[in-house]
Design a protein around this ligand. Sequence first.
Ligand SMILES: NC(=O)C1=CN([C@@H]2O[C@H](COP(=O)(O)OP(=O)(O)OC[C@H]3O[C@@H](n4cnc5c(N)ncnc54)[C@H](OP(=O)(O)O)[C@@H]3O)[C@@H](O)[C@H]2O)C=CC1
Ligand SMILES: O=C(O)C1=N[C@H](C(=O)O)C[C@H](O)C1
Length: 281
Amino acid sequence: MTAQPPYRVAIAGASGRMGRMLIEAVQAADDCVLSAALDRPDSPALGQDAAAFLGQPAGVAIGADLDAALAVSDFLIDFTRPEGTMAHLAACRRHGTALVIGTTGFDDAQKAEIAAAARDIPIVMAPNMSVGVNVTLKLLEMAARALAVGYDIEIVEAHHRHKVDAPSGTALKMGEVIAAAQGRDLKDCAVYERVGHTGERPAGAIGFATVRGGDVVGDHTVMFLGSGERIEITHKSSSRATYAQGSLRAVRFLATQSRGLFDMFDVLGLKTNERSFSENP
Ligand SMILES: NC(=O)C1=CN([C@@H]2O[C@H](COP(=O)(O)OP(=O)(O)OC[C@H]3O[C@@H](n4cnc5c(N)ncnc54)[C@H](OP(=O)(O)O)[C@@H]3O)[C@@H](O)[C@H]2O)C=CC1
Ligand SMILES: O=C(O)C1=N[C@H](C(=O)O)C[C@H](O)C1
């Protein structure tokens, strides 16, 4: 697609935590206009102005008619739940609408369906749209290569009490990036639970621990635990605005793509041609 500014952006999950943040970001952006705002058919928010919470109405009512919304939009930004995203994906494919997916918690079949849709439409999908987290992922790649032998790896994440999936999409992505940098597959080494008589820690495991409570926006720490030292790499979000700004960067990136599945490394120019662990022992 080659959309020209102002980009017509529809927001799904309009009354959610991220939906509101995205509406505020679109309203503040010079090169975007809010073209539609979507929520579930049974949402009490239907019919309300999408930006009423800002005290400055957008002139766009929150609706549930996906086809009507996409008919007037170039882009859809989706921060909802996996089942919502899958419905939005099918509609975007029908309409040729570019899609930014921030939702987390997809299973393998859903991920395969998203990849298949990307043969027809351009999609950016990332479990974390913030610049800081994506730079952290690059730091983790480097640390994982350098600390591949003799260091146990544990990933600890904390989020607000309303989060419904665990571990977070970001924590899983960190595990994937680390495993890949060491020439491994996370599926073969992830440990998600420990309770009772667990026995000693298996060599090579990548462990996950989850904290839920209060209003924590999103904290992630990766520990590389060796003998006599440990390295901790931490990212802490203090505002959801970073996710919204990253999503708008994804929109601008997609404006020049006709199809394909991209991530925030593509959007931020962080893709590198570093040799893999197996090529670079
Ligand atoms: N990639 C990133 O950078 C980030 C990703 N996220 C992810 O985004 C998602 C949303 O997070 P958050 O905004 O906190 O969640 P909220 O629960 O606050 O908002 C979700 C919104 O989506 C709506 N929704 C829920 N299910 C469906 C459905 N089946 N179809 C259509 N709409 C639906 C909700 O409506 P209702 O309230 O009526 O259920 C609500 O408006 C999560 O998966 C989260 O992990 C969050 C922050 C950053
Ligand atoms: O649900 C959230 O809030 C967040 N979800 C994403 C995730 O699962 O990684 C990103 C961020 O951590 C906030």
